[in-house]
Design a protein. Structure first.
Length: 102
C-alpha cells in the first residue's frame, strides 16, 4: 500500500508521529515485518494562565494515560489550564479547559 503525498505530509506535520522502522530488505510476495514506535514517547505538562507564563509541572510516558502533578506554590493566579508539549518542545499537543486554582 502506498500513501499519497498529501497523506504523508499530514503525518509529517503532526507533533506526534508514528516512526516506522525501515526494513533491511524486502522480497516480492514474502511477508514484510513492520515495527514502529511513537515519537516522542513522552509529553511535558505545564500550568499556565492565559498562555502568558508557564510553570513546568511534570512529564509522562505517552502510553501511561495518567500522571500526578502538583500546582507550584509560586503560582499566583486564580485560574489555570494544563498545556502539553512533546518532550522536544513541539506543540502544544493538547490542553485542558480553564479551571479554578485556590
Amino acid at each position: 500500500m502506498r500513501l499519497s503525498a498529501h497523506v504523508a505530509l499530514a503525518f509529517a506535520s503532526s507533533a506526534l508521529a508514528l516512526l516506522i522502522d525501515t526494513p533491511p530488505e524486502a522480497t516480492r510476495g514474502s511477508p514484510l515485518n513492520i515495527t514502529w514506535k511513537l515519537d516522542p514517547d513522552q509529553v511535558v505538562f505545564y500550568l499556565s494562565n492565559n498562555n502568558e507564563s508557564y510553570w513546568p509541572i511534570g512529564f509522562a510516558n505517552i502510553h501511561d494515560g495518567s500522571v500526578t502533578a502538583q500546582v507550584p506554590t509560586t503560582y499566583s493566579y486564580n485560574t489555570g489550564h494544563i498545556i502539553a508539549f512533546t518532550n522536544d518542545g513541539l506543540g502544544p499537543v493538547g490542553a485542558s479547559q480553564q479551571f479554578p486554582v485556590n
